[in-house]
Write a protein that binds this ligand. Structure first.
Ligand SMILES: Cc1cc2nc3c(=O)[nH]c(=O)nc-3n(C[C@H](O)[C@H](O)[C@H](O)COP(=O)(O)O)c2cc1C
Length: 188
């Protein structure tokens, strides 16, 4: 396969794009869209978000040490894009979008009721890497819309219309191609 060197950047496709909510010490909630997010640990459950030091949300998360990762569906895609293009310094994004802020009982941080899954996170590690600071948050409560919880208390996303981000475009999730372990399944 012939190859040439590309410009140095972080190329990773596809990735999520999630609205992350945070609440200032004055009690006012804000939302920032984050594509540089990921699963960081299983036990305890942790997720990471990389936030540019210039963002309004950066100061709010530094102030309070908590944030909520909200999993959007195609219905909340428009809001997800909007929250990544205007600043909470200028606009009350919850009010502008008609979204409902719900105060998380574990952290006091507001989450977005219209998103089907909300993870309340408490910052455990903060690392300034350059333009962005990596916040690693422990998931301390998960809120799931009625109808998506299994009897064991897990979440089944089959009926949620998820989307993915291949910057700068958003895509619907395509057809299922296999499942975990299918490459070593001797039964097939
Ligand atoms: C799809 C998408 C992904 C983004 N990902 C990030 C990200 O990972 N980290 C970041 O700091 N900003 C990211 N941004 C930019 C911020 O969301 C944007 O600057 C936002 O307006 C900041 O809001 P705030 O000033 O209220 O904090 C992204 C924007 C979009 C549209």
């Amino acid at each position: 396969m012939a190859k040439s060197k590309a410009k140095l950047k972080n190329y990773l496709y596809p990735i999520p794009a999630v609205p992350v909510s945070c609440t200032g010490s004055d009690g006012r909630p804000n939302i920032i869209t984050v594509a540089w997010t990921g699963v960081a640990c299983g036990t305890p459950p942790m997720v990471s978000i990389a936030i540019n030091l210039m963002r309004h949300s950066h100061s709010l998360i530094k102030e309070t040490g908590v944030f909520c990762v909200n999993i959007p569906d195609t219905k909340t895609l428009h809001a997800t894009d909007y929250c990544g293009n205007v600043s909470g310094r200028d606009v009350d994004k919850f009010q502008e979008l008609g979204l409902t802020p719900v105060r998380g009982d574990e952290t006091g941080c507001h989450y977005i009721d219209e998103c089907p899954i909300n993870m309340e996170c408490r910052v455990r590690h903060e690392i300034v890497l350059g333009s962005h600071e990596l916040f690693i948050g422990e998931v301390v409560a998960v809120h799931a819309r009625d109808g998506i919880l299994t009897p064991e208390g897990r979440i089944n996303v089959d009926n949620i219309e998820l989307f993915t981000y291949i910057g700068p475009e958003y895509y619907a999730i395509g057809k299922k191609l296999g499942q975990y372990g299918y490459s070593v399944d001797k039964r097939s």
